[in-house]
Design a protein around this ligand. Structure first.
Ligand code: ATP
Ligand code: MG
Ligand code: MG
Length: 350
């Protein structure tokens, strides 16, 4: 096929569109919100709600394959789209990752380690789980959370009723606090023929729940580097996955613990744009259209830094720095906590 449908018009959709274009494909964005960042670079944009059945059908008919930049697409919309065109990565990856409990059940079912967790629907559930799992712990809504939103950190004297109010009574999960030394992620890809390719793990630093920097290479002993890649491969194979996935891991003395997975290109993989011949966006496009996976070997050390909100004031200076690649998303209004762009600081090899 020659047109790729992308659900979601944020920066990830934008960078997927650019990669599609570079490989000679057209892209068509489906996005409910007005003026999406991806709309500036895509060949076509449909601005419609996920409840608009006619718009979904017309979108599907206009594309050859459908992918997405975020995992929270309503099931009803997916049903309509899937009746017309293949969705890659497939439905199972979405089903698993749309809900933190389903996701953790899936991961532990594979024999992988996660934080201890319990399902929370009421303040009574929470009170009980706080004694069983203990504190410190983190209450997270099961669905729709990102950038640390919908999360409450609990200490031993936290009031369960107040904590439940802070998540607006939403169906939630309590996670035991993992005493990690640092966080890493693996960006992994799987093609239509089942081949798997993993990028070098990156080390992630979060601030206020939002990714601040990713550094490659990550600090990891060789055995854990191997484990990280094996864990990611196991997850992709179990889902019969096609596309790129981000797997977030905690590094602990007891080994690697899976924090969460994202069935899409991932912010912690942006370093690949200036560290590899084939970056995560091109890799994802290759996978979903059935091309062979590309060369994702790292040729540079890279530090990726997100430009969040007022960080945009630093852009004039950053543009003059050597060995810095500036990537901006074309978002009109700067808001606190909003991801506006990122930079990749490259260390030339040798
Ligand atoms: P994302 O934008 O990555 O999707 P999110 O809102 O889904 O973020 P998480 O990845 O669950 O949030 O948590 C954000 C960060 O909070 C983690 O990267 C980690 O630094 C910290 N964190 C989350 N869960 C735990 C835990 N169980 N123990 C210790 N730290 C945690
Ligand atoms: Mg998340
Ligand atoms: Mg996360």
């Amino acid at each position: 096929g020659s047109t790729i449908g992308i659900l979601g018009g944020g920066q990830l959709g934008r960078m997927l569109s650019v990669a599609a274009s570079r490989l000679g494909y057209k892209s068509h964005i489906f996005e409910p919100g007005a003026n999406p960042p991806a709309g500036q670079v895509a060949d076509q944009v449909t601005t419609a709600a996920y409840e608009d059945e006619a718009a979904l059908k017309a979108f599907a008919d206009a594309v050859d394959v459908i992918t997405y930049e975020f995992e929270n697409i309503p099931t009803s919309a997916l049903d309509i789209l899937e009746a017309h065109r293949p969705i890659r990565p497939g439905r199972e990856a979405l089903r698993v990752s749309q809900d933190r409990i389903t996701e953790k059940d899936f991961l532990t079912g594979l024999g992988l380690k996660t934080a201890p967790y319990a399902q929370i629907d009421t303040a009574e559930d929470l009170a009980k789980a706080m004694t069983e799992i203990g504190t410190p712990s983190i209450l997270k809504t099961r669905r729709f959370g990102y950038d640390g939103k919908g999360q409450v950190r609990l200490s031993e004297d936290s009031d369960p009723a107040v904590a439940m109010e802070e998540v607006a009574g939403a169906a939630s999960v309590l996670e035991g606090f993992v005493n990690f030394s640092h966080e890493v992620s693996v960006i992994a890809a799987r093609g239509t023929t089942g081949e798997v390719a993993c990028y070098d793990p990156g080390e992630n630093v979060h601030e206020g729940g939002i990714l601040r920097t990713t550094t490659v290479p990550a600090r990891l002993p060789g055995s854990m580097r191997m484990d990280a890649v094996l864990i990611a491969s196991q997850i992709l194979n179990a889902l019969d996955y096609v596309g790129v996935m981000g797997v977030e891991l905690f590094v602990t003395l007891e080994g690697l613990i899976v924090n969460e997975i994202a069935p899409r290109v991932h912010n912690s993989g942006h370093w690949t744009q200036n560290g590899c011949a084939v970056d995560q966006f091109e890799q994802h496009i290759r996978a979903v259209v059935g091309l062979p996976l590309g060369d994702g070997k790292r040729h540079n050390d890279v530090v990726m830094e997100n430009l969040i909100g007022e960080d945009m004031d630093r852009v004039p200076h950053l543009l003059k720095e050597p060995h810095v690649a500036v990537h901006l998303y074309g978002k009109a209004d700067v808001k606190a906590g909003r991801k506006m762009g990122h930079v990749n600081r490259v260390t030339p090899a040798g």
